[in-house]
Design a protein around this ligand. Structure first.
Ligand code: SAH
Length: 218
């Protein structure tokens, strides 16, 4: 076992986390169940694993953070929108935790990460967990992943200043983009839905994300 000792206590702390998310307004039972069953501690360095079931954002190296469970749950719930999107694009693989949550709820996940070191680690963890409906790509996510589109859902886990048109363009009709956007101190979470003609953009709540950055890193 990778983190000996965490197994026994984690059942209880995971149940507590899920109760808390429910109280905070996460009502989709599919999402709550996946948060309960996904081993978040395996997506963190050993020194932080004991904090995995706190509702907190935690560092994953390269100046990046694993989002707090509340925001992972909220964004996932918004992406599902009561249905079951088949093909989903994620921008910002990071630790791979949100990727694993999505993989349990949709048919296929495509995930783009600009930092190779994070992508490599995420790939190893997903493989260890036996998650095979995920394709990873090392690239700048501002352009999405046009070859694999259109997508029923797109979820971005880092914030651009404004919503990138390239991402909206890769939505299938009825598809939704869940994305934080805005300057660092005043970001909002948005849901953009592709209508038969044009898009419907809705602001959901204030959030705080790391910035979506251009280019790639080794
Ligand atoms: N979903 C991740 C959150 C990681 S934080 C998790 O569950 O751990 C956001 C991630 O977005 C970081 O890994 C960062 O490197 C990545 N990122 C930032 N700008 C990007 C871009 N233009 N393209 C792809 N990934 C990007």
């Amino acid at each position: 076992m990778k983190h000996p000792g965490i197994g026994m206590t984690s059942q209880r702390t995971r149940a507590r986390l899920v109760e808390r998310l429910f109280e905070q307004g996460i009502k989709d039972v599919r999402v709550l169940e996946v948060i309960r069953s996904t081993p978040r501690h395996l997506f963190l360095d050993e020194a932080l694993a004991h904090r995995a079931y706190e509702d907190a954002a935690l560092p994953i190296g390269f100046n990046q953070t694993l989002s707090q469970p509340y925001i992972v749950a909220r964004m996932t719930e918004l992406l599902l929108g009561g249905g079951r999107p088949r093909r989903v694009l994620e921008i910002g693989t990071g630790s791979g935790y949100q990727t694993a949550v999505l993989a349990a709820l949709v048919d296929e996940v495509f995930s783009v990460e600009r930092i190779r070191g994070l992508q490599d680690k995420a790939r190893g963890r997903l493989r260890e967990l036996g998650i095979h409906n995920v394709s990873l790509r090392h690239a700048d996510g501002f352009q999405g992943w046009a070859d694999k589109g259109p997508f029923d859902g797109i979820l971005t886990t880092a914030a651009p200043l404004a919503i990138p048109q390239d991402l909206c363009a890769q939505l299938a009709p009825g598809g939704r983009l869940v994305i934080p956007a805005g300057p660092e101190q005043s970001q909002q979470l948005y849901v953009v839905t592709r209508l038969e003609q044009g898009f419907d953009t809705r602001a959901i709540e204030p959030v705080r994300f790391v910035p979506l950055l251009p280019g790639t890193l080794r």
